[in-house]
Write a protein that binds this ligand. Sequence first.
Ligand SMILES: Cc1ncc(C[n+]2csc(CCOP(=O)(O)OP(=O)(O)O)c2C)c(N)n1
Ligand code: SF4
Ligand SMILES: [Mg+2]
Length: 351
Amino acid sequence: MTYIVKPKFHHPALPKNALGYTHRDYEGSVSTLCAGCGHDSISGAIIQACFELDLAPHRIAKLSGIGCSSKTPTYFLGKSHGFNSVHGRMPSVLTGANLANRDLIYLGVSGDGDTASIGLGQFAHALRRGVNMVYIVENNGVYGLTKGQFSATADRGSKSKRGVVNTDNSIDLVAMALQLGASFVARSFSGDKAQLVPLVRAAIEHRGAAFIDCISPCVAFNNHPGSTKSFDYVREHNEAVNRLDFMTPRETITVDYAPGTVQIVEQHDGSKLALRKLAPDYDPHDRLAATAYLQERAAQGEIVTGLLFVEPEAEDLHGHLDTVDAPLNALGEAELCPGSAALAKLNASLR
Ligand SMILES: Cc1ncc(C[n+]2csc(CCOP(=O)(O)OP(=O)(O)O)c2C)c(N)n1
Ligand code: SF4
Ligand SMILES: [Mg+2]
């Protein structure tokens, strides 16, 4: 944790968004992570995305577990709601908060250790239930906070800083998210902000479980030759299937695209995703084909990034449960207590 709060003053000419907020209004405390840690770049991308979407900070709730990655919500969105939960327990806390107050935007931040080991069950159930959230894993292949043990996402055959070879098979969180029914699935790289910022924006505007696996090198314990999560390795093996431009319902498509090069996907709220295809045969609407493609490319040593799957009209957990439109935490006694006559009737029906 940091106690170093950034000074409040800023240059009067800083650009403002539609709400009159500057970039600074979306920042948090000064980061205490190692200089060069990929996680800080992801924080920067989240700040940029929220600024560009003109989100009021008090409408956002950021939740995390335990780890260097889970510390990062302290370093962004300092004026939003925050909950730093127990190791691996962020998804259930987020699910409960979302059920109680559907009006907030939920941002779950986790690590590969937090999600793929102790929190694997929680991760799976939040995705299969379709909780309306953005779930970001800052994936560095190690437990950074506890000094660099292999995590469950470390590739078999990759080496630790001391040269130990990982003999366990790895968990691919993207493959799991596809199988579990997440309705927005992406992979990105902390070193590619141009790709990551529009993905975060689109994920925030998506209704349903949006999952982003973001490779985020740990410069202290997993950035050496032999690692498959180092900056050099990811840059050399990164194969983006598409490039995304994201437009809110207010924005018109201003970019000129050559005919046939772009696929426009409209989401439930009228926001538009313009996908420039880099892999011509890749179809982000086909869950099965996406799964097969990712596994084929992984077998060739490629790290496939981009928007991998999207179901634009997905239904979320509130839709499945048919809850009322008003947030449950705003209902009063009159709505919540049906009265003794209704209770007597219910009891009679059970006799
Ligand atoms: C119940 C419990 N078990 C173990 C730990 C020790 N621990 C703290 S962080 C961590 C792993 C963090 O790894 P990851 O989620 O990948 O985050 P990173 O630090 O790499 O960003 C572990 C095992 C803990 N805090 N609580
Ligand atoms: S130990 Fe690794 S993950 Fe943790 S702050 Fe340092 S570089 Fe980042
Ligand atoms: Mg980690």
